[in-house]
Every structure is written in C-alpha cells, then in structure tokens.
Design a protein around this ligand. Structure first.
Ligand code: LHQ
Length: 286
C-alpha cells in the first residue's frame, strides 16, 4: 500500500475542495454520491491539506465540512484496499465460498492514524461543521476537531459494531472523554443514530444549530478563533487533553509551565497592553 498521498486537486470533482476565506482555510469533503465516504485518495488529500494549512503562516483556523446531504459515512466500504475478495475459482453458488480478508490495520496505520494525529496536533484551531450524517470514522474525525457544530438534521453513528469492528480514528479515546463510559458504551455497542440535538445535550459536540445557519455560524466561529491568540488556543487544547491523565497537582504544574512560556510571547504582551489602553488587540503568534 502506498503511503504517499496524492496531491489535492482544485478541480470541482476533486474529493476534497480547498478554499480560503480571510485567515480561515476551508476543507470540504466532496464525494456526495457516496456520502463523502473516505477513500484512500480522500484520506491522503485531507492529510496533505491539513499539512499545508499547518505550514501556512497566513492560516489561523481550519473549517472542515461536507458537500451534499452528509458530512461523511466513514470508510468507503467498496474501496479496493479493504473490500474482501472472493475466491474466483469457488464460484457464486459454492456454499464454502469465503471472502479473502485484507489487513484493515494496514489502512489505519498508513492513513487514519497519521490523519487523526495531524488533526489533533494542528497549530491552529479546528472547527467542524457537520452538515448531515457522520458515521464511523467520519463521526470520529469530526469529533477530533476542537469545536464541533452540527445542523439540526445531522446525526452521529458509531457504525463500527454493525460491521463487526471497534471504533477507530480515535473514537475509543474521544467518546469516553466527551460523554463518559456509559454513553460511550451505548453509542459504540448499539451503533444507533444520535441526532445532533442529543449530541449537544450529551456534550458530544459544542452546538446544534438550524441547518440553514450551520455554515454561517461555523464560519463566524472560525473567523472569531482566527483573530484570537492562536498559540494560546492550541496550548489550551494540549493542556485540556493532557489533564485527563494527570493528577491535579501535575495539571497545575503544566498550566504554570505553559503560562510561563506564553507570558514571554507577543500575544500576551499585546493582549494585556490592548486591554489596559482600551483598544482592540492584534494577535500574531502561531
Ligand atoms: C457508502 C457508504 C460507505 C461506501 C454510504 N462506503 N458507500 C476503517 C478502516 C478500515 C475498514 C473499515 O472501516 C474503518 C472505519 C469506518 O469508518 S467503519 C464504518 C464504515 N461506515 C459505515 O458502516 C456506514 C455505512 N453507511 C450507512 O450506514 C448509511 O449509508 C448511513 C447511515 C451513513 C446513511 O444512510 P442513508 O441516508 O439511508 O443513505 P444510503 O445508505 O442510502 O447511502 C447513500 C449512498 O451512499 C449509497 O450508494 P447508492 O449508490 O446506493 O446511492 C451507499 O451505498 C453509499 N454509502 N455509506 N461507508
């Protein structure tokens, strides 16, 4: 299996559309005919696009959404990299005919793990606008973003158990932290659809908004974040994630260490000076 992702295309039929609005990089999953299911091509392009956004100093927030009626149906189950093959010589009517399995772990190693790590370590905040169903790895990719907004007709499905798999793309880690073990188990074992309003009530996502307002609300959120002190936002993500595995005193020490570093940075000096002189701050650290 190749580990070198294909470069993203700007063509309208590209599986990933990339645009920029001010300091916000917008990535749109664009395989609406398959509910934006992940192929290796799309996964590779997403990783490249996130890398590019991470390295572009002009980008201060990333907004991810989907084209059409879905956000993402998870792994494309017809992708030749994972689709089980039938023994050509056994014939269609042979009751002994068994599919030849492929190593799914390989796909996770080469595509999903690097993508999930890339997303979680972005040097800018990430916003996800979940515009429809988010299933399997599609749900967990969305939940890996810093702020998740969903339209009221959107839903989240841990579809894995229905096809004999465990949650991946960070699902086991994210779900338990976001909604606790009892609800994580309910979602992961039953694989039922959780409507966006319930996802908000459960604390799985930040906000459920009217469908018609999703894209504008998500863009306004990303634009707001883009004007904020990026480095402090990203270190806040790191500290919150780390806190789950720290003793209280160690969390206090981590806060002090990060605060100490940020205290020397431009953005803190600018933020404090702007506050004291009653003017709007202009942040620039990344
Ligand atoms: C799809 C898919 C899809 C291909 C809809 N693939 N075509 C990692 C590594 C390796 C292996 C496996 O997995 C993973 C991680 C994972 O993500 S596992 C979970 C994979 N995803 C699923 O199991 C979800 C499968 N999809 C569904 O359950 C439904 O499509 C949902 C509930 C998402 C939406 O249902 P509907 O709104 O009723 O739409 P639909 O089922 O009619 O789908 C529309 C079209 O999209 C249809 O194609 P067609 O040509 O008939 O119009 C589907 O075949 C296609 N599609 N999901 N994952």
């Amino acid at each position: 299996m190749s580990t070198t992702p294909t470069p993203p295309s700007t063509a309208e039929d590209s599986p990933l559309l990339i645009s920029t609005e001010g300091a916000v990089r917008v990535l749109t999953l664009n395989r609406p005919q398959a509910l934006n299911a992940f192929t290796t091509g799309l996964l590779g392009q997403l990783r490249i696009a996130l890398d590019e956004a991470a390295h572009d100093e002009a980008v201060r927030a990333v907004l991810i959404t989907g084209a059409g009626r879905a956000f993402c149906a998870g792994q494309d189950l017809s992708d030749p990299h994972i689709k089980p093959e039938f023994d050509e010589h056994a014939g269609d009517v042979d009751p002994q005919r068994k599919p030849k399995a492929k190593d799914i772990g390989n796909l996770l190693d080469h595509y999903y793990i690097p993508l999930a790590l890339r997303l979680r370590s972005m040097p800018v905040p990430t916003v996800c606008a979940v515009n429809g169903v988010a299933a399997g790895a599609g749900a967990n990719f969305a939940l890996g973003c810093d702020l998740v907004l969903a339209g009221q007709s959107a839903s989240f499905i841990q579809a894995f158990s229905k096809i004999g798999l465990v949650p991946d793309c960070g699902g086991t880690w994210l779900l338990t932290r976001l909604v606790g073990r009892a609800r994580a188990m309910q979602l992961a074992l039953l694989g039922d659809k959780l409507p966006a309003a319930d996802a908000q009530a459960w604390g799985l996502i930040a906000r459920c908004v009217a469908d018609a307002e999703l894209q504008s609300e998500a863009m306004a959120t990303a634009q707001k974040l883009a004007k904020m002190p990026t480095r402090a936002l990203v270190q806040t993500r790191q500290a919150l994630d780390a806190s789950m595995d720290l003793e209280f005193e160690d969390a206090l020490k981590l806060e002090a260490k990060l605060q100490s570093q940020l205290g020397y940075a431009h953005d803190y000096l600018e933020g404090a000076a702007a506050f004291l002189s009653k003017r709007a701050p202009v942040f620039k650290d990344r």
